[in-house]
Design a protein around this ligand. Structure first.
Ligand code: HMG
Ligand code: MG
Length: 302
């Protein structure tokens, strides 16, 4: 059966904005995150503490986080940030961040393109980060990219994905987010990967799904994951997003499209769809182009 409730992990301010050509002013990002919280989202990924030359769009992370102090102080809200290494963790901890995400790859090509490391080297880089963060009482999400297909390597074998997933889980990640970075997954593939992981000792309560909507499959893939017991779904407001280090990665599943489906199924999310769509229209104005979300367009006559 389907779950009664889904926790949406909102990635628009991070995965969305990291891929925009326009560098959005810090004050606009802060307003975006506040509006997302106002629309009822409870897990809002805020930014990344990565090398500023690698992701100039998020180079203002240390300026943004203090502007979110009221949200950080709210125990009902979770504001994770991406952290690749000990330097990133130091920067985040200094600012009072309470939740981080490391981000690994199932393939060597993307580990190189995204982290300048092999898969083994990147896991070795994460290990002390996860250990220190857990010791500080932080939640630690482990992203795993290229779980279905890779732009350089093609389809990615399920066993290869499961192997890296189990290593991230064993390292102490409290949640694993399975990334379809370039949006090539289809529902049967999602079901097969989830069965392999849950059968191999990763509890379904610790799994999340992260679909990009390149081929229009993200909602179908999400439904397949819900049927397998997943209750945490990543999405980005208005469908912002992509990944600058993977060609053919377009936007994430739009949060509004996800909420429309979930509410139609009677699944609670806590999200106010009207307020969220208004936020995405406002953000689209800041970026100077319309939202790609079908639901946003339908609800706001864009
Ligand atoms: P590197 O060049 O190998 O770094 O990059 P390094 O460790 O050799 O250090 C070089 C310099 O960078 C040093 O400075 C460090 O201090 C500095 P120098 O001594 O030369 O002056 N440095 C930093 N500065 C600030 N913050 C830091 C930091 N780390 C090092 N954290 C590195 C390695 C991992 C840093 C780099 O590759 C990087 O920043 N990569 C980030 C890429 C990224 O953010 N990608 C997007 C997120 S992943 C994604 O979108 C996929 C996802 O959505 C899921 C999906 O869709 O599949 C999550
Ligand atoms: Mg992504």
């Amino acid at each position: 059966g389907l779950p009664a409730e889904v926790r949406i992990h909102e990635v628009g301010a991070r995965d969305g904005l990291q891929n925009e050509k326009t560098v959005v002013p810090t004050s606009v990002k802060a307003e975006f995150v506040h509006r997302l919280a106002g629309a009822g989202l409870r897990t809002i990924e805020a930014t990344s503490f990565v090398h500023p030359k690698w992701v100039p769009q998020l180079a203002d992370a240390a300026e943004l986080v203090p502007q979110l102090a009221d949200l950080l102080a709210d125990p009902a809200l979770r504001l994770p940030v991406l952290v690749p290494n000990q330097r990133g963790l130091e920067r985040a901890l200094e600012l009072g961040v309470r939740e981080i995400a490391v981000f690994g790859s199932a393939t060597e090509s993307f580990a190189r393109a995204n982290l300048n490391r092999t898969v083994d080297e990147s896991l070795a880089m994460f290990e002390p980060v996860v250990a220190r963060a857990r010791a500080e009482g932080l939640r630690v999400r482990g992203y795993l990219s290229m779980c279905f297909g890779d732009p350089w390597e093609g389809p990615v074998p399920i066993g290869q994905v499961a192997g890296v997933a189990r290593r991230l889980h064993a390292m102490g990640c409290t949640e694993l987010s399975l990334g379809d970075t370039i949006g090539v997954a289809t529902p049967g593939h999602v079901t097969a990967l989830l069965a392999e992981l849950t059968g191999g000792g990763v509890p379904v309560e610790q799994l999340a799904v992260h679909f990009h909507d390149t081929y229009g499959q993200a909602l179908a893939n999400t439904l397949a994951a819900l049927q397998q017991g997943v209750t945490v779904v990543d999405a980005s407001a208005g469908g912002l997003g992509g990944c600058p280090f993977a060609k053919s990665a377009t936007g994430n599943l739009a949060t509004e499209d996800l909420v429309w489906m979930l509410h139609g199924l009677g699944i609670r999310t806590g999200v106010d769809l009207v307020r969220l769509s208004a936020t995405s229209v406002w953000m689209a104005e800041q970026l100077g182009r319309p939202s790609p979300s079908r639901t946003v367009r339908a609800l706001t006559h864009q």
